[in-house]
Design a protein around this ligand. Sequence first.
Ligand SMILES: [Zn+2]
Length: 270
Amino acid sequence: MGLAHFHVYTLDEFTDYLFNNIFSREITCIQNHHTWLPGYTSLTKERGELFWLESMRNTHIQERKWSDIGQNITTFKSGNIGLCRPIDIKPAGIFGANQGAICIENFGNFDQGEDVMRTAHKATIIRLNAALCKKFGLSPVKSQVVYHHWFDRNGKRFSNEKINSNKVGDEQKTCPGTDFFGGNTIIAAEQNFYPLIAADILLLNGTTSQNIQTKKVNTEILNIRSGPGTSYAVLRKISNHTEVTIYAEQNDWSKISNTSEEWVFTKLLN
Ligand SMILES: [Zn+2]
């Protein structure tokens, strides 16, 4: 078996590749990781995306004695996606839990206080997880879209209580980061990550026209924010009776664009 020949795709090119190819391996889960090191500052003009893919492969083969680079897919802060170990070959992602898995390495250090995930990177991670779910008939649920943090060194899952307690023992990795979409617990995934994937699957399915609803602004001036909460920046304001289209909902917030992060407080609509 030859080694991976790296190819770096844009997000749209990668989804085209995924949907236009047939894979034979049975896929039952998607793993999300972060590289931790190298991180965002490691990417420079001289040492770009292809450089780091080659570098990771060398480390994985020479130091870890694996057959090839461990992950199937790498995502970058640019929003680009590197195809690594072929999809049809089992990854080396979570020791003891790689059967049926696709391993995504998100390039960066997403522990609290480290790399701040770029908007383009976020969009790519969400779309990639959504596209893989659609392609392989999976759903964004805790058994099918998983974090490395949830597994012990033998690939056995920790109890939900232990994962959600957020106390990281020596044997528990923080991967994909204590700040990955608001945290690396199951609760954080269910609150912050899965709803975004679920909404994106709807978009990919083209079922949006049936599911989408429109509402009208029911207050003098309504802030449009860059995320579902008052801590997100105000992008612009819209006036009373303006009609908006709801593409996704999260807690008390509604997403009113299908191409960018634009959120409004749901209770100010009717
Ligand atoms: Zn990991």
